[in-house]
Design a protein around this ligand. Sequence first.
Ligand SMILES: C[S@@+](CC[C@H](N)C(=O)[O-])C[C@H]1O[C@@H](n2cnc3c(N)ncnc32)[C@H](O)[C@@H]1O
Length: 235
Amino acid sequence: MTDKYLPKAEQKTEFVRSMFDGIAHRYDLVNRLMTLGLDRSWRRSAIRLMDLDRGSTIVDLGCGTGDLIREASRVGLQSIGIDLSFQMLVAARNVNAPFVQADASQLPIATGSIDGVVSGFALRNFSDQHTVFAEIYRALIPGGRLSILEVDRPQQRWIRFGHRIWFNHVVPRIGALFSVAAAYRYLPQSIAYLPSPQELETMLQSVGFAQIDRRQLQRGLAQIVTATKPMMSSC
Ligand SMILES: C[S@@+](CC[C@H](N)C(=O)[O-])C[C@H]1O[C@@H](n2cnc3c(N)ncnc32)[C@H](O)[C@@H]1O
């Protein structure tokens, strides 16, 4: 598959914003279909692995329609949802949390004020991942936790084969049937924006994060990367 559905670097943020505006109304339905409902347990794990006390305040970065916020509220966390796409936030209107339309690379959050940041399937869409990590680090309190849920690249041959067929051929058809075809052609290609585990670890370390841990889910269909802002850190 070529990368003909990927935008030019300087157009990526606007491309991503308008793409998610366009698919917001059917986003949840297509998500459930294309992950066969597995995304729910992945989200629960992303929240659990943040390992924060009840009453802690978190930001859900690239919150979309608010699924992670629902899971967070089940374990007593208070969330603020931030997303680039206004229509995704409109689709999240039944979720009880404050929402802000903003770019993850310029967080409207005071320095050292947030206990945790969670982000689900948004990393690939950020134009400047390094700047986003620096912003997350700035916004967290010392000891604050980051949990990133993303798709992954399965290593085992047969799983990789099945995954490729599903992601490259079935998902775009599901998307075309129920939503906007072009958006679900972008989706498999956006894997090109996914940093390797080593690149991700290096990026997180370079902005100051420690205790970086990566777990694969369902043999590499998805992954959760967690990290901590050290207690002895400058904001
Ligand atoms: C694949 S959706 C994931 C939504 C939700 N987190 C979930 O788990 O279903 C990615 C979301 O990230 C948002 N996003 C992409 N780039 C962003 C940015 N630079 N700043 C904030 N949100 C962004 C998109 O608008 C979209 O809602």
